[in-house]
Design a protein. Structure first.
Length: 270
């Protein structure tokens, strides 16, 4: 079929594309039959066969659910925008471009297991790539998060678990701590710590550690100017091996840092 690529499709061609599609032919096969470009064919196919949205489904274990909820509590953000009668729910995870590329892929994998489509954006600061923004647009996922977390006003200042920790399975709590530490946790010279501005969230963290017989020490770093106080919960070195066995990290950078500490005492074990 000889034609100018900018020429409009005839009605017969549109019907042929539709019939071939309904018979199960792929875009490439239809392109070979009609001598039309795949992009042109795709545009026509979407008119009568729109892309199907997959239903939200939780195919994760309690531990993995805990990880997603913990990582959102640590470095997540929620935004709702309305346009007339419709609204858009946007959930974002913010990670370090320099350090967290592998971890962003891990989170994307968990989200995709729930039939959620993820988009990844890279943001610059002072001309250099600085932030990974992992975005999910889903009302169902927002409602799912709200089953586990509660906050008032700005999420960062008041986010915490919705119920007492005894209301969750041990696997969820272990995953929750891992998600918190993979995002807002850090490995120090001889220990690990968790720091946030939500007092209730750090108390959740301390209570879960205590449930698993891991000691910790709370402290407050006063904020300056308009900055809020930062609440820190440190896990002493003597508890690091137990912490690693029960909680550990999914963030490769932090796994490696913890292993360096444990290797010095001969207790490193993954």
């Amino acid at each position: 079929m000889n034609r100018n690529k900018y020429q409009r499709l005839y009605e017969e061609e549109k019907n042929l594309i539709k019939n071939l599609t309904l018979k199960g032919n792929s875009l490439r096969q239809i392109s070979e039959i009609t001598d039309l470009g795949i992009t042109t064919i795709y545009y026509q196919v979407r008119k009568f066969k729109p892309k199907q949205k997959k239903d939200f489904v939780c195919n994760l274990s309690d531990f993995q659910i805990g990880e997603l909820i913990g990582s959102f509590a640590g470095d997540g953000n929620f935004y709702y925008s309305s346009h007339g009668r419709s609204g858009h729910y946007r959930i974002r995870y913010y990670l370090s471009y320099k350090d967290d590329m592998d971890y962003s892929k891990y989170l994307s994998h968990l989200l995709e297991m729930m039939n959620l489509r993820t988009n990844t954006f890279f943001k610059k600061y002072k001309g250099k790539l600085s932030v990974i923004e992992l975005v999910v647009r889903s009302k169902d996922f927002y409602k799912f998060i709200r089953k586990y977390l509660i906050w008032e006003g700005k999420k960062t200042y008041s986010v915490r678990l919705k119920s007492y920790i005894n209301g969750y399975s041990d696997d969820f709590l272990r995953g929750f701590v891992r998600g918190l530490m993979d995002t807002d946790g850090f490995v120090e010279i001889s220990g690990v710590a968790f720091g946030v501005v939500s007092r209730d969230l750090v108390l959740n963290f301390e209570a879960i550690l205590s449930k698993f017989n891991i000691g910790s020490k709370l402290s407050i770093k006063p904020g300056k100017g308009n900055c809020k106080d930062c609440y820190l919960c440190r896990i002493p070195r003597r508890y690091l091996e137990l912490y690693n066995e029960i909680f550990g990290f999914s963030n490769l950078r932090k796994i490696n840092s913890l292993m360096k500490i444990l290797s010095k005492t001969g207790t490193a074990r993954i």
